[in-house]
Design a protein. Structure first.
Length: 370
């Protein structure tokens, strides 16, 4: 059998429904989800690893971020959660300075700098908890605004995105666990510049924009369009001219990730080993994981969640206080709603996000994003 036939056979076997999986209702004809968003972007790596691993570089690692956290200070796992997994996503726009402003030079050219995942290398531009349900049939991504004013262990109250700069992935985990009460199982760091290359490897992604927006970054035209990586980066970098500022930017980031998932789960891609290899190669170059999330664990996650569908993934934001923004000294910050947040994080902890979403239907990412 040829290499291409081997790869197709392996992918068909990986995508085959589980014997215990219930038949999907006829009205739901969306493609099966192998990736679950950005971190499960990493799972896509594993999903393809069966046939393609020999031609793809290994995923880089961040070390063990959990060993430095005292066991007594970590949240307990709720018995109701079973084998559910919680993955901390740390995203970087490698053009962003530590204060969130854009990196520029006199010529206006992009720096092209890759994300620096060392302690103190930068502040995290994106922070989210990806929850994978125990039964493998649902997932949720809860974004935490980067300017959220929270307690960072050892540093008092400051912006949540400072945790990574002060103490790397370990302090980021400790901060999020303290904030949410949710125990983090793994960490995945994503470089948005690399994610743009994934977009290009897919041949672009379809994104709908309700209104033309122009600013110093560029112009994003209204309408449904197939964006390449550079256009998608402009789309998620805009914020100052958006009505909701950073909040709208965060939604755009989620929308881009959702669009990449849609493209990456298309049957035509899964049947094209050459193109799929290119996508997986860029995924591998765009992420870093903790040492406990190696190739065997990635493959296991892919197998456990291979029956997920796109509409089984909830894109959410940590609940905001009212007012949601304010000043702390010279810093513009975001205030979270502790009470409403506790309800959401408890739902995550108990592996019952669906009930919370049912009670808060307007909290999910809309089909159309500003």
């Amino acid at each position: 059998m040829s290499t291409v036939e081997d790869e197709r056979a392996a992918l068909d076997q990986l995508l085959a429904p589980r014997q215990d999986a219930p038949a999907a209702p006829r009205r739901r004809r969306r493609p099966r989800l192998v990736l679950v968003l950005a971190a499960v972007v990493v799972v896509a790596l594993a999903a393809s690893a069966t046939a393609l691993w020999s031609s793809v570089p290994a995923v880089g690692h961040l070390g063990d971020p959990f060993s430095a956290i005292p066991a007594a200070e970590r949240p307990a796992v709720d018995a109701a959660a079973g084998q559910a997994q919680n993955i901390l996503l740390i995203g970087s726009d490698s053009r962003a300075n530590g204060d969130g402003s854009e990196v520029t030079d006199p010529s206006g050219a992009e720096s092209g700098q890759e994300a620096d995942w060392t302690r103190g290398g930068q502040r995290s531009d994106v922070l989210a908890v990806l929850h994978l349900s125990a039964d493998g049939r649902s997932a949720a991504m809860v974004s935490i605004p980067r300017d959220s004013w929270v307690a960072v262990p050892g540093y008092g109250t400051t912006k949540v995105n400072a945790a990574f700069a002060y103490g790397g992935a370990s302090l980021a985990v400790q901060t999020v666990e303290q904030l949410t009460g949710v125990r983090i199982d793994h960490v995945v760091a994503i470089d948005f510049s690399g994610f743009a290359r994934v977009t290009d490897a897919l041949g672009g992604v379809r994104i709908c924009v309700p209104k033309t927006v122009s600013d110093q970054i560029g112009t994003v035209e209204a309408g449904c369009q197939v964006m390449d990586g550079a256009q998608a980066l402009d789309y998620v970098r805009q914020r100052k001219t958006l009505p909701g500022g950073d909040f709208d930017r965060q939604r755009r980031q989620q929308n881009w990730m959702r669009s990449v998932i849609a493209g990456a789960t298309d049957r035509e891609l899964l049947g094209d080993p050459v193109k799929l290899t290119a996508v997986v190669r860029e995924l591998a170059a765009s992420v870093r994981t903790d040492d406990g999330l190696g190739e065997p664990q990635l493959l296991s996650l892919a197998l456990e969640h291979r029956d997920l569908r796109a509409d089984d993934v909830a894109f959410l934001q940590a609940p905001l206080a009212s007012p949601a923004t304010g000043m702390e000294g010279s810093q513009s910050v975001v205030y979270l709603d502790a009470g409403a947040g506790a309800e959401l994080w408890q739902a995550v902890k108990r592996d019952d996000v669906a009930s919370w979403v049912a009670a808060h239907p307007d909290a999910e990412l809309a089909d159309t994003v500003r």
